[in-house]
Ligand binder design. Structure first.
Ligand code: AMP
Ligand code: ZN
Ligand code: FE
Ligand code: FE
Length: 278
């Protein structure tokens, strides 16, 4: 069981547990340092900060995960120690969420045209106040019996390049890094294997302020973890990690804290943030 988990989602985006529920889960799991990283939203941070007060041994880092599409993959940028009260950040994230909503609706239309008759209103209902994402679409498909597992939705319909997939409004990974830097956060490239050439991406993002690389990730092979650690060392990036836990409850989901992340990773991140925010 890891002491650190720096990547998971709550109901503020496409996770199933509320921020308060996740904090309780993390404390019960014996975690020491955690970060909430909802997609394009910091709405879960204040409730999480309130909940974490009950657990003095638990260190909470405010975070976010910003999604960008590439022609041949996706790049997700994590932002740690982000100024979640920044009005400019709020404006930018709202724009991303609006684009998620339009994109979700178009994916539903494409699915309908393919004979998958789910309703956009139901997808919105499932998402509630959270930033709409493909897992909400997938859940609507499960409810109607079109698929039985989440992965099927991605494999057959809404995975990158799938027949019902719709891209986000264009934001480059460089812009996402800049957005985080402007909000005094530390940008980290998430699960680098979702881009074709992780090293080229690192080189490009390093120029605009990349601080870390997600080395420890739920479904990395040992080889991938070793290769990413090498890359982090080569470019002087802090190796971070986490489970990307969503609380979906699928049999193959890694539980909160279920990916080993060294305590020293979190310590390096905290130290850099302290230096920056002095
Ligand atoms: P979106 O934010 O709409 O781009 O959706 C991305 C989210 O979909 C990820 O954070 C995961 O929760 C989920 N996801 C992506 N690929 C898969 C997959 N192959 N199987 C299950 N869930 C996935
Ligand atoms: Zn997600
Ligand atoms: Fe991601
Ligand atoms: Fe994630």
């Amino acid at each position: 069981m890891s002491q650190v988990d720096l990547h998971f989602h709550s109901t503020a985006s496409d996770g199933k547990l509320s921020p308060a529920q996740i904090i309780t889960r993390a404390a019960e799991a014996g975690l020491k340092v955690i970060a909430l990283t909802d997609h394009d939203s910091v709405d879960g941070i204040i409730p999480a900060l309130k909940a974490v007060k009950a657990y003095p041994a638990l260190t909470f880092i405010p975070g976010v995960e910003i999604s960008t599409d590439l022609s041949d993959g996706e790049a997700h940028i994590l932002g740690y120690f982000i100024d979640y009260a920044s009005p400019e950040l709020a404006k930018n994230l709202q724009k991303s969420r609006d684009s998620r909503s339009g994109r979700g609706k178009r994916m539903v239309e494409k699915l309908n045209a393919l004979g998958v008759n789910i309703e956009w209103a139901r997808v919105q209902q499932i998402a509630g106040d959270g930033a709409i994402g493909r897992p909400h679409v997938a859940q609507a498909m499960i409810e109607k019996g079109y698929i039985t597992k989440f992965e099927e939705a991605f494999d057959r319909y809404i995975g990158h390049g799938g027949p019902a997939y719709v891209e986000r409004e264009k934001m480059t990974p460089e812009e996402a890094v800049a957005m985080i830097v402007n909000a005094r956060g530390l940008p980290v490239l998430a699960h680098p294997f979702t881009v074709k050439d992780p090293e080229a991406m690192v080189i490009s993002l390093k120029k605009v302020g990349l601080a870390g690389l997600e080395v420890y990730y739920k479904d990395n092979s040992p080889h991938q973890t070793a290769a990413t650690l090498q890359l982090a060392k080569k470019y002087g990036l802090i190796p971070t990690g986490g489970t990307d836990f969503h609380g979906i409850g699928d049999s193959n989901e890694v539980r909160l804290g279920g990916t080993e992340v060294p305590l020293s990773s979190a310590e390096q991140l905290i130290k850099l943030a302290e230096k920056l925010h002095k």
